[in-house]
Design a protein around this ligand. Structure first.
Ligand code: HEC
Length: 148
């Protein structure tokens, strides 16, 4: 009985969650940035020696970043400056070109890292380091100051 119920309710929960995120650009982009951070934790963990180098996991994380780079541009439409608690700075809308440039820098760094196909910790360091700089490069001007 429980199993049956769970098989109905759980997918429903999932759909509701996704639909909510899909219809609200603020929630959608925060979801996306959380995935982006989870991927950063995987790679950061390897770089800091907290977890062993794993080429496959590193590539999977790079692909998550690639998805962010591809989708993020559409997730800051006009009118989504407020509504939910958001850390997006008004500069995204007053200086759209600057923001788009930061996104392009990020995408280019991710593409280069993917192309490098890092097969060692050293190689991953060289490939992912520039990407982390571009996260910071965008957050500095376009995201309200936060500790993470
Ligand atoms: C081109 C700009 C840009 C780039 C590049 C970028 N971010 Fe963000 N990020 C933002 C903005 C803007 C927000 C605030 C979104 C909001 O609250 O509406 C944000 C929010 C976040 C959040 C908080 C999510 C939440 O739940 O509120 C995390 C974590 C994060 N970014 C991590 C990263 C990491 C890690 C990278 C690089 C791998 C990265 N970001 C690259 C602009 C960027």
């Amino acid at each position: 009985m429980f199993k049956k119920l769970a098989s109905i309710v759980l997918p429903l929960l999932f759909i509701t969650n996704t639909a909510l995120a899909g219809s609200d650009p603020i929630l959608a982009r925060q979801d996306m940035m959380e995935d982006t951070r989870d991927a950063a934790k995987v790679i950061g963990g390897m770089l800091k020696g907290e977890q062993p180098f794993d080429a496959e996991a590193a590539m999977a994380a790079l692909h998550v970043w690639k998805k962010t780079a591809a989708e993020a541009g559409d997730m800051f439409p006009e009118g989504s400056e407020s509504g939910h608690e958001t850390e997006a700075k008004a500069t995204i809308w007053t200086d759209r070109d600057g923001f788009n440039n930061k996104m392009a820098d990020f995408g280019a760094a991710v593409d280069a890292a993917l192309a490098a196909n890092p097969d060692s910790l050293e190689a991953l360091k060289g490939a992912a380091g520039p990407v982390f700089k571009t996260c910071k490069g965008c957050h500095e001007g376009y995201r309200v100051e936060k500790e993470n």
